[in-house]
Design a protein around this ligand. Structure first.
Ligand SMILES: [Zn+2]
Length: 307
C-alpha cells in the first residue's frame, strides 16, 4: 500500500516564530495529497519538506483567519509554476468563501483554482469530496468565526486471509476471480476474508471544546488537533475560542483516537515538552491509550498501521 502520512508544514497560531511557521498540514494518502490549511509561508515550507506541489489535488481551509489561509495564493502560484494548466479545488466553510475567492483571484492564471464552500453544521458530516476512494467531509466546530473540522474516512472493506486461501486451494488468478464473482468452486468470499476497518484521518483546528469536536475525531487513526494553550491559561482558551492541551487530549480520548498530533501553539510558550506532559497526564487521568505527538515544523507522522 502506498504511504499514508502527515507532513507538518507549520505549527504556529496567530504569529509565526523563529522556529514555527503558520499552519500547514499535508496529508499523503495513497497516490494523492491534500493540503489542510495554508498559512503564510506554506509554499516555502513545502520546499523545505520536499513536498511536490503537483501532487496536491485540493486545499482544505478551516476558516478565514489569516494564519490558516494567507498562504493560499503562494501555493497556487507554485502549482502554476510546477504544473501549468492544472485544476485544484480550494474548500472552506461558506463564511470563508469570499476570502478564498479573493485569495484565489490573485494567484497566477496558469492554475485553475475552484473554490467550493461547504454549508457545514454541528450535527452531521457534510460531504466535501471523494479522495482516492475515501470520503472527505466537514463539520462545523465552535470558533469566533465559523470554522470546520475535516474527516477523511476510508470505507470498511474485507481483506484476504492467506491461510484461509491456501486451505481452500485458491491461488493465483483464482483470487481475482473469487473477488469478482463472490464465490468460486463452492468457496465464498466471506470464507477466506476478514473485515478490514477503513482508516480515518481527522483534523480539528481552531475551536472550543464542543460535541462536534468529538464527532470530527471519532475513531480516527490519526488526528491533528489544535492545542493553542496550556490548561493554566484555560480562561484565555475559552475567551479566544481555543483548546488547551488537556482539552485536546481528553477529546481525543473520548473519541477513540489512536495517534494524536498537537499543534497551533501560542507563541507565549517556549517549551513544547509542557504540551506533551499535560496531554499525557490528561490521558492517564482517563486511562486512555492515545499516542501523543507534539508537532514541530517539518515533522513527518505516519498514519498508524491498520488495526
Ligand atoms: Zn488559528
Amino acid at each position: 500500500m502506498s504511504a499514508r502520512e502527515l507532513v507538518v508544514l507549520g505549527t504556529a497560531s496567530q504569529a509565526p516564530t523563529r522556529t514555527r511557521n503558520h499552519n500547514g498540514y499535508l496529508l499523503r494518502w495513497d497516490g494523492t495529497s491534500v493540503l489542510f490549511e495554508a498559512g503564510e509561508g506554506t509554499q516555502r515550507q513545502m520546499v523545505l519538506a520536499g513536498v511536490a506541489s503537483p501532487r496536491v489535488e485540493r486545499i482544505c481551509v478551516s476558516h478565514r483567519h489569516g494564519d490558516h489561509c494567507l498562504g493560499v495564493p503562494g501555493v497556487l502560484a507554485r502549482m502554476a509554476l510546477d504544473a501549468p494548466g492544472r485544476t485544484v479545488t480550494v474548500h472552506g466553510p461558506r463564511d470563508a468563501e469570499a476570502h478564498l475567492r479573493a485569495l484565489a483571484s490573485v494567484a497566477d492564471a496558469d492554475v485553475h483554482a475552484l473554490v467550493e464552500a461547504v454549508d457545514a453544521t454541528h450535527d452531521a458530516d457534510v460531504p466535501v469530496a471523494g479522495v482516492a476512494g475515501a470520503r472527505l467531509s466537514a463539520r462545523l466546530l465552535d470558533h469566533r468565526v465559523p470554522a470546520v473540522g475535516y474527516r477523511l474516512a476510508e470505507p470498511d472493506g474485507r481483506r484476504f486471509v492467506p491461510g484461509a486461501l491456501a486451505a481452500a486451494g485458491i491461488a493465483g488468478p483464482d483470487v481475482g476471480r473469487l473477488q469478482r464473482e463472490g464465490v468460486l468452486r463452492g468457496v465464498r468470499l466471506a470464507d477466506v476474508t476478514e473485515p478490514r476497518p477503513g482508516q480515518v484521518f481527522a483534523i480539528a483546528m481552531d475551536t472550543r471544546d464542543h460535541p462536534a469536536l468529538d464527532a470530527v475525531l471519532r475513531g480516527a487513526d490519526l488526528a491533528v488537533v489544535e492545542a493553542t494553550f496550556l490548561d493554566r491559561d484555560r480562561d484565555l482558551a475559552e475567551r479566544y475560542a481555543h483548546l488547551t492541551a488537556r482539552q485536546a487530549a481528553t477529546a481525543a480520548a473520548r473519541a477513540g483516537v489512536r495517534r494524536l498530533v498537537l499543534t497551533h501553539f501560542s507563541q507565549r510558550y517556549t517549551d513544547p515538552g509542557e504540551f506533551a506532559a499535560e496531554a499525557r497526564a490528561a490521558l492517564a487521568d482517563v486511562g486512555a491509550d492515545v499516542e501523543v505527538h507534539v508537532a514541530a515544523d517539518l515533522d513527518v507522522v505516519p498514519v498508524p498501521a491498520r488495526r
